[in-house]
Design a protein around this ligand. Structure first.
Ligand SMILES: N[C@@H](CC=O)C(=O)O
Length: 344
């Protein structure tokens, strides 16, 4: 079965990752690319400054880029991936949803809306049924599904594994790669020989999105997880791969061996982009490391290591590739789930 897909915001850094990940995808056939008005009508090769570490696929290079309006997307496209800047996405995604498109979006707008599924297929696939609520409330024929922020998605699979011990509170400090800020996000003068101890808006995303992802959905309403999450997000001069130091407080005592087994055994799902296993656990205290471990599972695996008991739980490090598992790969996997569950 082949599903025709499009990319909204195809010329940006995440748009380029989508193109890379869609090359040779077993189900998805790339059929539409959109970008800003200034790119519309150009070939993709002319419109995009290609910066991904594999060549632009020849057929994609010759595709004509459309404007980001439903009129410029062929009717036979079944699924759209959105990597629009969040301000633009907030304006234009609703037009596509009203026009009946199913949109799997990486943009941060609406992630916490009560009727929008914020989904990681291995963690909370049942939340996808919020689409029923969304369609009823908004009157859309289409459907909007979001994936979390890259720093959230790095930590939440490990928390999902630990939740069997009764998660009560989480403190996390991040060391985030420069690609998370986009190609021109931090200048070399700001970041070389440096670390920047604040990423605007990022603490709040981790604190809220993680509670939604681990929340309980009863078919009508979603209740946020009761744990308390405190995040401190920092930029460091790595290119890709967000490393995070997590302190998880649990109601029950948990040993290092129990925590490691819970993470190792946390199930993956049977979708083309889901890695097996979902979480790789290192015994070493000095792993995971961004340069060594970000490409594990084609950039889709979560790594953890440095597990130690604390007075009220465990501490550890975790890592994921922020532009693959944390962005384009996350939306793609949500698209695979949408197909599997019959929403596309
Ligand atoms: N908001 C994130 C994006 C993820 O890569 C960041 O700034 O790093």
């Amino acid at each position: 079965m082949s599903v025709r897909v499009g990319i909204l915001g195809a010329t940006g850094a995440v748009g380029q990752r989508f193109i890379q990940l869609l090359e040779d995808h077993p189900t998805f056939e790339l059929a539409a690319l959109t970008a800003s008005e200034s790119s519309a009508g150009k070939s993709y090769r002319e419109a995009a400054k290609w910066r991904v570490n594999t060549p632009i696929p020849d057929d994609v290079a010759e595709m004509t880029v459309g404007a980001t309006t439903p009129e410029d997307v062929p009717d036979d496209v079944d699924l759209l991936f959105s990597s629009l800047p969040s301000g633009v996405a907030a304006d234009v995604e609703p037009d596509f949803l009203e026009a009946g498109y199913v949109v799997s979006s990486n943009s941060s707008n609406d992630r916490m809306a009560p009727d929008v599924p914020l989904t990681i297929p291995e963690i909370n696939p049942d939340h996808l049924d919020l689409i029923e609520v969304q369609r009823e409330e908004r009157g859309w024929d289409g459907a909007l599904v979001k994936n979390p922020n890259c720093s959230t998605i790095t930590m939440v699979p490990t928390l999902a594994a630990l939740d069997q011990f009764g998660l009560e509170a989480v403190q996390v400090s991040t060391l985030q790669a420069v690609s998370g800020a986009g190609y021109s996000g931090v200048t070399s003068m700001e970041i070389i020989d440096n670390a920047i101890p604040h990423i605007s808006g990022e603490d709040d995303k981790m604190e809220t999105e993680s509670r939604k992802l681990l929340g309980a959905f009863d078919g009508a309403e979603l209740e946020l997880h009761g744990m308390d999450v405190s995040a401190s997000c920092n930029r460091i001069p790595t290119l890709d791969g967000h490393l995070e130091n997590v302190f998880a407080e649990t109601a029950e005592d948990v040993s290092v061996d129990e925590a490691a087994a819970a993470m190792r055994e946390y199930p993956s799902v049977d979708l083309p982009s889901s890695p097996e296993p979902l979480i790789h656990v290192f015994e070493d205290f000095d792993r995971p490391q961004p340069r060594l471990d970000r490409e594990r599972g084609d950039g889709m695996q979560i790594s953890a290591g440095g597990l130690q008991e604390t007075t009220n739980g465990v501490q550890y490090n975790c890592l994921a590739h922020n532009t693959i598992r944390g962005a384009a790969g996350a939306s793609l996997l949500n698209g695979e789930l949408l197909v599997e569950e019959g929403w596309v």
